[in-house]
Design a protein around this ligand. Structure first.
Ligand code: HEM
Length: 377
């Protein structure tokens, strides 16, 4: 548990540094004024934070100590981007970490040859591709589809895994094909950005359509407590991903200022952060062995996130700097509230390891035990 907590710390620092960078990009006063944090904002959050959390979760699922090298490398890469180390060091470590995450997927696939595992592996390869392109100096506009592929395919694979009892084999295969379509258009976004961007939009819309139809969240939204909380976060996340797909489909590439901000944050805040908020009560017990029971205060962070993102994207659409700024500050507040509430609940519940029920019990949003829980000793 201590080893995993140590590996999670750089992800936490990447999150805080990325949020500080967000303040700099919004042009408002920030605690740290180093330009490194503004320049590194996107990568710190997408690979330093999300990449490390995903790599740690996958490494725990594999149950082999060597697999922990993946989150260690992405975490060190994020730290190297924050401190005044040579930029090449941070880039190299992040690339190595994302490649190691791809490497973890091989034994996971050998263990269970299922669509869900293959989709997550495609996500890891997309993430490694994004890291390599970014390290090679390719512009963020062209790296963005790869980072999107990373988070979307990783999460789609996870949702397929959690919903598999309620879906038939043909539906699972369709999910695999849709995920493959998202992955296959990524090179096209580099070679022919206008056509590739529109194709990515179509592929994302098709995949999110599959998720909305087949995810158990549509049924569990009628439940209560944690189950309903998770379902609401999932469905709201799917709505933002659909918006991102729609923007990619209709907006000219390279994306204009407002569309650029909207597409990025619909994917990474509306979809990804919402998914992280949904899964935290399930993943944290599995990965860290701590307990995180449901408390109604958990609703505050996602509510603020979605409301402020709406304001921000309205600002993007209308070209209003004020709305963008107000929405952006609300986004930062939402993420900070999430961190504080999570830490508060875990500390208040007790620092002891989760009991057998928490670690081996079913994900309340799932029809079967969560995959991450399998890996918890
Ligand atoms: C929490 C609140 C956040 C705020 C206020 C914020 C703010 C911003 C701003 C103002 C920009 C510049 C947009 C432009 O050039 O039009 C930006 C870019 C970006 N953001 Fe965020 N962001 C936030 C969260 C996130 C998260 C959680 C992620 C990823 C997980 C993310 C990923 C990115 C990326 C990839 C870029 C593009 C960077 C570049 O062009 O170099 N952001 N963000």
């Amino acid at each position: 548990m201590v080893r995993r907590l140590v590996l999670l710390l750089p992800a936490g620092l990447a999150l805080l540094a990325g949020l500080n960078g967000a303040l700099l990009l919004l042009g408002v006063p920030a605690p740290v004024t180093s330009g490194r944090l503004g320049d590194g904002h996107g990568i710190l959050l997408a690979l330093g934070f999300v990449g490390t959390v995903v790599a740690l979760e996958r490494a725990v699922a594999l149950r082999r100590p060597l697999a922990l090298a993946a989150p260690a490398l992405t975490g060190l890469g994020a730290l190297a981007l924050i401190v005044p180390a040579p930029p090449a060091l941070g880039r190299a470590l992040l690339v190595a970490g994302m490649l190691a995450l791809g490497g973890i997927c091989v034994p996971l696939w050998r263990r269970r040859r299922e669509d869900a595992v293959a989709i997550q592996a495609l996500g890891a390869v997309a993430g490694a591709g994004g890291a390599i392109l970014w390290a090679a100096g390719v512009g963020m506009g062209q790296v963005l589809p790869w980072l999107t592929g990373f988070v979307v395919l990783t999460i789609a694979g996870e949702r397929l895994e959690l919903s598999r009892v309620s879906i038939d084999e043909a539906a699972g295969t369709r999910a695999g094909l849709l995920a493959l379509a998202v992955f296959a258009v990524l090179p096209a976004t580099l070679l022919w950005p206008a056509v590739g961007g529109a194709l990515l939009g179509v592929a994302l819309l098709a995949l999110v359509g599959w998720l909305v139809v087949h995810d158990v969240a549509r049924r569990t939204i009628r439940a209560t407590g944690l189950v309903r909380f998770i379902a609401a976060c999932l469905l709201a996340g799917y709505a933002w991903l659909a918006l991102a797909g729609g923007i990619w489909l209709v907006a000219p590439t390279p994306l204009a200022d407002g569309a650029y901000d909207a597409v990025i944050h619909a994917v990474f805040l509306g979809f990804t952060m919402s998914m992280i908020m949904a899964h935290a009560p399930v993943i944290l017990p599995a990965v860290l062995g701590v307990r995180m029971p449901y408390h109604p205060v958990m609703v505050v962070a996602p509510s603020l996130l979605h409301a402020s993102l709406l304001v921000r994207i309205l600002g993007d659409a209308r070209g209003s700097e004020v709305l963008r700024e107000v929405g952006g500050l609300g986004n930062i507040a939402a993420v900070l509230v999430f961190v504080l509430v999570t830490v508060g609940i875990v500390v208040r519940t007790g620092s002891g390891r989760a009991g057998r029920t928490d670690r081996a019990g079913p994900d309340p949003s799932a029809d079967q035990p969560a995959p991450a829980l399998e890996g918890t000793p």
